[in-house]
Write a protein that binds this ligand. Structure first.
Ligand code: FES
Ligand code: FES
Length: 168
């Protein structure tokens, strides 16, 4: 049979569950989860920093674990629950980590902030009252080029108290 008579293979598509909504994505081309989130689904809150797993700006939650979406192939995300910074708040109520960052003023340019917040949210979900050493370890892969680390530590401490209903 001549090549031109052969039927093209059907496009490979799948559902990606992002922020509680099933989104239809193509699996035909290799690309990162970050590319799909930003360029195809318009979720630009997740940032492109280094693009090679070094800065943490692209972190999202996958089944509750903070991962670097720039180095996660789209095929690995299928069938899993993805939360981006856009999906962290509960309606009008900010996530405790978002509230903590706001109250501590823990951002300057804000470029690192979504990745920081995602990493901190994952930490507080598994360790509600982390020590400073645990916070530092959880945020170790997240870089802030503005050097706002002390305020970020303060923000996570506030967040953990907010999450437990305490006063800050
Ligand atoms: S953009 Fe993914 S780690 Fe830097
Ligand atoms: S606030 Fe600018 S990179 Fe962190």
């Amino acid at each position: 049979m001549p090549a031109e008579d052969r039927a093209a293979p059907p496009p490979r598509r799948s559902q990606l569950r992002v922020n509680g909504i099933d989104r239809d994505v193509s699996l035909d081309r290799d690309r990162s989860l970050l590319h799909v989130l930003r360029e195809e689904l318009g979720l630009t809150g997740t940032k492109y920093g280094c693009g090679e797993g070094e800065c943490g700006a692209c972190k999202v939650l996958v089944d509750g674990v903070a991962i670097r979406s720039c180095s996660t192939p789209i095929g690995e995300a299928v069938g899993r629950s993805i939360t981006t910074i856009e999906g962290l708040a509960d309606g009008d109520r900010l996530h405790p980590v978002q509230q903590g960052f706001l109250e501590a003023g823990a951002f300057q340019c804000g470029f690192c902030t979504p990745g920081m917040i995602i990493a901190a949210a994952a930490l507080l979900a598994r360790t509600p009252r982390p020590s400073e050493a645990e916070v530092r370890a959880a945020l170790d892969g997240n870089l802030c080029r503005c050097g706002g680390y002390l305020r970020i530590l303060d923000a996570v401490d506030r967040a953990s108290r907010i999450a437990q209903g305490g006063t800050v």
